[in-house]
Design a protein around this ligand. Structure first.
Ligand SMILES: CC(C)(COP(=O)(O)OP(=O)(O)OC[C@H]1O[C@@H](n2cnc3c(N)ncnc32)[C@H](O)[C@@H]1OP(=O)(O)O)[C@@H](O)C(=O)NCCC(=O)NCCS
Length: 187
């Protein structure tokens, strides 16, 4: 039976693997893998590990995660300081892409300062783990007096959009950067 617990440093490799696998990047060039990890994984687990949770199997091996940044302004400042130069080192295009990606979370920062990424290993999807990770993060944020969270997914990622709708998220906007959805905690 899988369950959810706080992220630990020893989960890092598994979390990075799931991130690359779900981005269909395991067989892609190292530079692309590096970019995906910088943008969608490393900031959160390195800078805000206390806002990250993993779903684990019976062997306590991570099979999914939810990784979160609780405040956009802090995220932007630290990201620009510590990670943007890593994107620039990959290529000028990746630097521009990274800056655009930052914007996709900034648009709603007043109403939704908190954003997150979630991924479940293929073999563990549709078992309720994603929903459990969402409710775990929500309870964690509420304790910190945070009352909303948002994310951006691919506009053609219908199974993810259905998943978020099922978990109470509403549509915010669709741009070239993806489909933004937000959840305000009411209960
Ligand atoms: C999207 C994702 C996080 C959902 O987590 P999950 O543990 O699979 O979802 P849950 O079991 O908690 O919820 C199931 C609901 O999600 C949606 N869903 C999840 N997987 C689905 C699939 N393969 N096909 C269709 N709908 C799916 C459905 O609405 C489903 O409800 P239903 O079973 O009543 O139809 C997970 O499937 C995943 O990691 N997918 C690949 C990566 C991804 O898209 N990440 C999100 C990027 S923003």
């Amino acid at each position: 039976m899988a369950s959810v617990r706080p992220y630990k440093e020893s989960d890092k490799e598994r979390v990075q693997h799931i991130c690359l696998a779900n981005a269909e990047c395991l067989d892609k060039p190292e530079s692309l893998q590096k970019y995906i990890l910088i943008m969608y994984c490393n900031y959160y687990i390195e800078q805000e590990p206390g806002n990250c949770f993993v779903a684990v199997n019976d062997e306590d091996e991570a099979v999914g995660y939810i990784i979160c940044s609780e405040n956009y302004d802090t995220y932007e400042e630290r990201f620009k300081d510590l990670y943007l130069n890593q994107c620039a080192a990959i290529s000028p295009t990746k630097y521009v892409e990274a800056k655009l990606d930052l914007l996709s979370h900034s648009m709603f920062k007043k109403q939704y300062p908190t954003h997150f990424h979630i991924d479940i290993d293929d073999n563990y999807q549709r078992m309720g783990l994603g929903s459990l990770l969402i409710s775990t993060l929500k309870a964690h944020l509420r304790k910190k007096n945070i009352n909303s969270m948002m994310m951006v997914c691919g506009e053609d990622n219908q199974k993810a959009i259905d998943f978020y709708k099922k978990n109470g998220f509403k549509d915010l906007i669709t741009t070239k950067m993806g489909h933004a959805m937000g959840l305000e905690f009411e209960d």
